[in-house]
Design a protein around this ligand. Structure first.
Ligand code: CTP
Ligand code: MG
Length: 228
């Protein structure tokens, strides 16, 4: 079951406070974006990778792709102001396959096993997303006083890769663009045009590197892989 993947990597990584786009930070001698790309490079179901970059960083990224022998890249497109704009630009470069995945450049620990489960579920249902059960108690508050304790059993923390029929996710992005709507993930755009989204139970290790603390967790995850 073949798919294409769009990888947005055009952010600034402000919360990481590294002074550069966090995609370029090295984890055990390999830049974050390279680690993420290698997962798809090594997945035989992946027929092409579309990377979305900041135009000012194009040369740097292109050099990395050749230095680390990433061969499946079919397009390197320019990002936009918000992640959603970057993803939309990437989607426009998708050829005519039936399934597309959208995956954060900043999530290097996704496994091929999970990718395949998502592709199969998306094929059947139109859209499939990985998510993990929320472990903490969640409260809704105003001005730092609790308004309500939210029922936890129905809550999921959502990750990427999110997998879709190409035509469905394109239609969802086009509608959002038309309405000036910005969602916090791609599935939410599909939800608002009435699409069904299947949840696939994910892996707590599939973290997005967002703040400096996440570098510690990333090192721990990498070390555990060497041991096991
Ligand atoms: N992204 C993108 N285009 C944007 C914003 C984000 O392609 N305009 C990408 C990021 O590069 C990242 C992914 O979307 O791989 C998830 O976004 P996030 O974790 O928020 O990364 P940044 O926006 O780079 O970080 P920050 O919000 O801390 O600045
Ligand atoms: Mg961001």
């Amino acid at each position: 079951m073949m798919y294409e993947v769009v990888i947005p990597a055009a952010g600034q990584g402000k919360r990481m406070k590294a002074g550069v786009n966090k995609q370029l930070i090295e984890l055990q001698n390999e830049p974050l974006i390279v680690r993420t790309l290698k997962v798809f490079e090594n997945d035989e179901w992946c027929r092409g990778i579309i990377v979305v970059i900041n135009e000012a960083e194009r040369t740097q990224f292109e050099q990395l792709f050749s230095r680390f022998h990433i061969k499946k890249i079919t397009a390197i497109v320019s990002g936009g102001k918000e992640r959603q704009h970057s993803v939309y630009n990437g989607l426009k470069a998708v050829k005519n396959g039936d399934i597309v995945l959208i995956h954060d450049g900043a999530r290097p620990f996704v496994t091929i096993e999970h990718i395949h489960e998502l592709v199969k579920e998306a094929k059947e249902h139109g859209a499939a997303i990985p998510a993990v059960r929320v472990k903490d108690t969640i409260k809704k508050a105003r001005d730092q006083f609790v308004e309500e304790t939210v029922e936890r059993s129905s809550l999921w923390a959502v990750q990427t890769p999110q997998a879709f029929h190409v035509s469905l996710v394109l239609r969802a992005h086009e509608q959002a663009q038309k309405d000036g709507y910005i969602g916090t993930d791609d599935a939410s755009l599909v939800e608002r045009i009435g699409g069904k989204v299947k949840i696939v139970e994910g892996d707590y290790r599939n973290i997005k590197l967002t703040t400096p603390d996440d570098l510690l967790f990333a090192e721990a995850i990498l070390s555990s892989w060497v041991i096991s």
